[in-house]
Design a protein around this ligand. Sequence first.
Ligand code: CA
Ligand code: CA
Ligand code: CA
Length: 407
Amino acid sequence: MRLCVVPRLSLLLPMLFAASCGGGDSSEDPATGAGGQAQEDAAAQGGAAGHAGAGGKAGAGGSGGKSTGGSSGAGGTLDAGVDAAADVEEDGGSDAADAADDASDDSPSDAFVDATSEGEGGGTACSGACAAHVFDACTCGAADPCGWASNGTCDKGCHEGGFALEDEADCDRDQDGMWDYVELELARAFTPSLILSADEYYADRVTFWAAEPSQGNTYVSVFYALGYLQDGGDPETGLTDHLGDSEFVVVDATTDDGVTWAPLRVFMSAHYKALSDSSGWYDAAEVDFDTSDGLAHPFTWVAIWKHANYPTIQLCDKGAFFTDKCDNGKIERAEVREDANLGSLAHPLIDEVLSQQGGTSYFEYYWTDVPFCGWKVASKLAADRGGCVPKANSYQRQLADWLGGAL
Ligand SMILES: [Ca+2]
Ligand SMILES: [Ca+2]
Ligand SMILES: [Ca+2]
């Protein structure tokens, strides 16, 4: 076994979503109990305001607008990406000035004064601040004067400021106890770098993903559903080809402080649940990571035409009774789209997915137990999906195995 250096990333991402701020009891997540634990974690790390403390975020506690309430400063490209994706409104110049004034002042009462004085400068305090999306004691009050709770936009800055507005419906849409923007950034941080053969003619795929905190919140697990449109069969014989190819990679990662993250282990599917099943968990030290962009993408060798996944070329060439073959033809990083979060078992965000190739109106399914056909079969009925990947390899079953600890 090789012992590689496991990369450690500075992501400035909190481990978990803290459900409430300002000292109130957080509401326990019915599925995972994560809400309560997050609060405890935040307190243990010296964070007075849950998310802000656990995340160690610059600017937290002030009354600035979104960009200062979020991860300003040392966040680097990762946090810049978060803010660019999530923040629509621009901050006015007065907000920046307020943020500077309040940089060393965490008092909500002072923030309220600032909001009021700002209002004197132009319109009523609340309407002006709402329009500029300033997170302060007025706009983020429990009474939700701006109507930001459950309005379709995650107002996470209200939590970071230590105010009372709760916005779980927008910030944790799949109700797994972890803010969805954290899920997205972690999924992007660890998305696999696929090493494909130069002769891989069946590389077309669509990637969906999901992320969940573990029981006890000791690590986060990300599931990458690498949905190839076609399995090309054995490269020697062409046998065992089928429509659709539901491969997946799982990365478990953890952090001690909400700042430094490191992968723990990686699961790579290889003929999952078939007779030739060569899937397995690999300790992070057994995996090479592509750190070319400062993140940690597990290098995943992909068997030509069959798309079985392995951490080394040697394991690939031994896989499936020595029928799998790999060569270093090209590297493609799996795509992680913000709108491709599958959600959780209790609260799926995406199940039925329309073909994204154009030309067909066929569907595939992630939380419904039907064979995966790569958007090549019109019918949803399992009986009409005989030429597809076996039902034992439906994404619904893989996701259930993942969430049930049965991989
Ligand atoms: Ca909202
Ligand atoms: Ca979530
Ligand atoms: Ca999730």
